[in-house]
Design a protein around this ligand. Sequence first.
Ligand code: COA
Ligand code: AMP
Length: 628
Amino acid sequence: MSLRELQAKAVRDPEGFWGEAARAITFRVPPARVLDASRAPFYRWFVGGELNTSENCLDRHVAAGRGDQLALIYDSPVTGTIERYTYRELLSRVEKLAGALAARGIAKGDRVVIYLPMIPEAAIAMLACARLGAVHSVVFGGFAAKELAARIDDAKPKLVLSASCGIEPNRVVEYKPLLDEAIRLATHAPERCIIKQRAARRAELVAGRDEDWDEVERSATPHPPVPVESTHPLYILYTSGTTGSPKGVLRDNGGHAVALAWSMEHVYGVKPGEVFWAASDVGWVVGHSYIVYGPLLHGCTTVLYEGKPVGTPDAGAFFRVIAEHGVSVFFTAPTAFRAIRREDPEGKHVRRYDLSKLRALFLAGERSDPTTVAFAEELLGVPVVDHYWQTETGWPIAANCLGIERLPVKHGSPTKPVPGWDIRVLDEFGKELPAGEIGSVVVKLPLPPGSLLTIYGDDERYVEKYLSRFPGFYETADAGYLDEDGYLFVMARTDDVINVAGHRLSTGALEEALASHPDVAECAVVGVHDELKGQLPLGFVVLKDGVDRPHEEVEREIVALVRERIGPVAAFRRAVVVPRLPKTRSGKILRKTMQAIAEERQVDTPATIDDPRILSEIGDALRSSKSP
Ligand code: COA
Ligand code: AMP
């Protein structure tokens, strides 16, 4: 069927469409209904069905004869390690860890926080939780203790799986002290922590609470998969919203498995047995969907890469991995290719490797700028697919679906809606806009399987954040347009979320950190265009009356404070003291105006500004600021 036919079928007959797709998944009990709309807008998929996600990722492939095929390749240039796990070997480790967790009282529905660097244990931990029907919540390693504590308090895990350290090219990041500090800050106390001791830095274990991962796994009895209802939660993944408190995106087992398996074949065009590599981190949705679950559900070999696009050791790192492991389909963020281009604009490195197996590169996480896409196309000589999705959606909303039919590329567009996603563009009153006009990008309900069920523990916030502004639609919080050929163009966020190197950050959370400095009276954070990372956060602060310390000193302290409270991932390197913030007469801070000044763009003085002289004061402060 053509893309157009599949799109039409998924909209006209979602039950028929997804019922067919569900055949790729092994249900212990077949679903009684494909789509349950009885509690709309809380739609549920494959109700009455029972399955186990880890069984679908591992056991059934071993049973079907894939036991000796590679399931996971761990490639770590930062430690000089490559390890290969067959499906049988990965299963054996997962069933043992699941047994160890069960022996420590973890059962269906219990939450487990996973705070791990990019080591095989991260995937093993997720699959072991899934095996028991326990709900994992992976926290990215680049977050500070306070952010980890906030997630512990929201998810209330019985147990935490972590490691002694992570390894960044320039330093060893000690995870364990961060975990200890987070547990100290949190109100909720996990009963136990299981810690993977890494050779680069061993951690001290807290007697009575912490256990050594290797010992725990060695002495464990393998645990069989526990069938759970399709609608039973598989994981919570926190993502940034407008405010400082992260939103726990909750995902189910059944819909998730069906949607991801379908996407592997139809979006990515990859076959079971092939090598699929998503160069992201398990702490992000890309890592959940396309390092761990998607490739394994589909019987592929996945690559778990502990390194960077540049500097580990050079700008040829990605191409070495693709050649060495025979990667067929590769996925990364545009920022990674910008980093490669900056170091190796002529693409000298790529010529050292045999990339003959590579069929396509997929880019997501931020808008793919045409220059980067053109660079990657020229470098690799394969289709470069910009595709668009979000933590909430779990899998691509818009893409050039190589597994269905390859459409002509329009640079700057992630191509067309993927079947299952009925995308519309609405004006502020909820009226559909004609082709070419920018408005809010929304998806008509019901969302397809694999999308978020709700925000963990807060149905009201789910409805308020995503479903209330345009009744009957899911609001992506992105602005964009559909052109006359039905291609989607995603232009900007409509909220205060910024995108730094493909990482989503809340300006609200950053502002909370700035405001906690004792000398700060008022502050605002905006995202400023950056050649490499897409955007970088920039903080404007107004000091309290009477503070007459050198501005550089306060600015330095604020930068350090953000790193301590949010973490290095924020890449917050610049705060500027200003005399006042520009506001409307009703007191609303004019962030877009500050952003335009910082980006040295033409600034039209907003009609509602209370005092236009502030704009030149801000320009002066930026020019005289000593922070980098
Ligand atoms: N644990 C601890 N710290 C981490 C970390 C982790 N897992 N990941 C990143 N950090 C730290 C880095 O060490 C860096 O710290 P520094 O300020 O001391 O240098 C900081 O967080 C920012 O990291 P990063 O965003 O990786 O920036 P970078 O300057 O080190 O590298 C790129 C720039 C473009 C190479 C890098 O951002 C990149 O590879 N991006 C790919 C993006 C991606 O995969 N996005 C996921 C969505 S698809
Ligand atoms: P995250 O939830 O961290 O994956 O971030 C999702 C957000 O990143 C989206 O809402 C968009 O703002 C942005 N984004 C992701 N992929 C794309 C893309 N291909 N084009 C434009 N924006 C994108």
